[in-house]
Write a protein that binds this ligand. Sequence first.
Ligand code: ADP
Ligand code: MG
Length: 141
Amino acid sequence: MARELITGSPEETAAMAQELGRGAGPGDVFALIGELGTGKTVIAKGIALGMGIRDDITSPTFTILEVYENPLPLYHFDLYRIDRPGELDGLGFDELWYGDGVSVIEWADRAGDRLPADSIRIHLSYAGEEGRRIVIEYPAD
Ligand SMILES: Nc1ncnc2c1ncn2[C@@H]1O[C@H](COP(=O)(O)OP(=O)(O)O)[C@@H](O)[C@H]1O
Ligand SMILES: [Mg+2]
């Protein structure tokens, strides 16, 4: 199942993401795929807020992973600096991706076949300056 929408502002994207966060449950993986500046971090922030996390969220570009303690924990990944999926092996991310928190993964395409098959894939692309085309692809069950 897939849902496609065009948002006209960052606020609109954030509001949509907050809904995703409100509905998120243990083990959910949100795989964000899209070029620089398309709104992956805007979505990560929205999901966090929807989950009740009040912390300031920034892309963990240099640390790859940021953990937010919460009744439902959030694992925020940024795989920008990962060049090959094999670089992820042995880092222990699987335990989190298949664990009881919620994972949000920016640059998820860099994980290649390491990405859990049942991830919710969110594709972002530019649709004008303030417009973004967002396609949310839910895993088949
Ligand atoms: N419709 C929109 N949805 C999301 N972000 C938007 C939109 N229109 C403009 N922007 C801007 O695009 C930028 C997206 O940045 P960011 O979320 O950090 O991108 P990424 O993490 O994908 O590199 C922000 O500066 C945001 O204000
Ligand atoms: Mg980002």
